[in-house]
Design a protein around this ligand. Structure first.
Ligand code: MTE
Ligand code: MO
Length: 365
């Protein structure tokens, strides 16, 4: 458990208001509209998008993936070469590690997500492990570094977007280099022409606009690895890397919204509720529902996962006892025994804030 600092640390804001910089980020990046929880596979364009810098310009005919570093044979592959390799198609639920950040105070000045940085797409690509075998990793290799084409400045330094994975993670059979999303070539915002996908890990691991894969014999210390995505309370703390997706559930907000506040109105009578739940330590074993802000809970009907790394559907019929105001919450528990907390747990970067969703609802006569 964590405590929030008495003063806002630098790079954070205590304001309830969204700052100009946060607004700028949220108009570039977008979440998935919660009503899209109704689709098993998130339609193209509705999946959340997060782009740290700019979407890079890619010349597809000349684009090549380079595999090198501590390997016996360097490999270069065109998109046609990659498409000619073994192909797997899998549904993967992705989530940004910053989901829930805007529920914290003080909060890190970054993308101020509430709940919606999620999506479940059908990705097609070629498995990474056989490519690593063909390149032949030297004995002293400890990690694989994935480099994107996008550049920017972050933490006061020029950056290319790069992240690494330990070899055992990089070799998991479901880790793929993806060139299609929902049966279409990757859209520019999702990584055209090629991206890494690491099911079960938060989104920052799944490097977009992939250009280089490098085997290294020392732990990678790039900014996105050691400067960000750390669970910590103070800036001078080393912190714990944020990696696997924390257990979470969401509901489709019922009834109709008031335009500005998005407060929900439902008519009197039985109310059908449904949503999804997922975890990087899945599957989900239980989803509960509360209509009194988390004081009492009832089990919902939970479906089996469609695929090992896809979200699971849940449904429940809520019988409001009468007209009035209610606060609906849903809470998931995964196979590893993790349950969503009732209140957000503070951390400096605002990562993995998986507290239960709260949906205020008025039942009308
Ligand atoms: N090259 C590159 N890869 C990246 C990013 C980026 O900015 N550049 N953003 C990461 C983050 S933080 C997330 S959450 C996911 C978002 O993927 P999506 O936009 O396809 O949903 O991509 C990851 N891969
Ligand atoms: Mo992210």
């Amino acid at each position: 458990m964590t405590t929030r600092p008495s003063e806002a640390p630098s790079g954070t804001t205590e304001s309830d208001q969204i700052t100009r910089e946060e607004l700028q980020l949220t108009t570039r990046n977008h979440g998935m509209l919660l009503e899209a929880l109704r689709y098993d596979v998130t339609p193209l364009g509705m999946h959340y998008v997060l782009v740290h810098y700019d979407i890079p310009a890619v010349d597809e005919p000349t684009w090549q993936l380079q595999i090198g570093g501590q390997v016996r044979r360097r490999i270069q592959l065109s998109l046609a070469d990659l498409r000619a390799r073994p192909r797997i198609v899998q549904q993967i639920t992705m989530e940004c590690a910053g989901t829930g950040r805007a529920r914290l105070s003080p909060r890190a000045l970054s993308q101020p997500w509430l709940h919606e940085a999620i999506g479940n797409a059908e990705w097609a690509g070629t498995p990474l492990a056989p490519l690593l075998d063909e390149a032949g990793l030297l004995d002293d290799v400890v990690e694989i570094v994935f480099t994107g084409l996008d550049r920017g400045i972050e933490g006061g330094h020029d950056q290319v977007y790069e992240r690494s994975l330990p070899i055992t993670e990089a070799r998991r059979e479901e880790v793929v280099l993806a060139y299609e999303m929902n049966g279409q070539p990757l859209p520019p915002q999702h990584g055209l022409p090629l991206r890494l996908l690491v099911p079960g890990w938060y989104g920052m691991t799944s490097v977009k606009w992939l250009s280089r894969i490098t085997a290294v014999s020392e732990r990678f210390e790039g900014y996105q690895q050691t400067g960000a995505y750390l669970w910590r309370q103070h800036p001078d703390e080393q912190g714990e890397p944020v990696d696997h997706i924390a257990v979470r559930s969401l509901m489709i907000p019922p009834g109709i919204p008031e335009f500005l506040t998005r407060h929900r109105y439902v008519e009197r009578g039985p109310c059908q509720l449904s949503g999804r739940a997922w975890s990087g330590s899945g599957p989900i074993v239980r989803v509960e529902l509360s209509a009194d802000g988390g004081r009492s809970w009832t089990d919902t009907l939970l479906c089996q996962p469609i695929a090992p790394h896809a979200w699971q559907a849940w449904t429940s019929t809520w019988q409001p006892p009468g007209i009035g105001d209610y606060e609906l919450c849903c809470r998931a528990t995964d196979a590893a025994g993790n349950t969503q907390p009732l209140q957000p747990v503070w951390n400096l970067g605002g990562y993995a804030v998986n507290a239960v969703q709260r949906v205020p609802v008025t039942v009308r006569g």
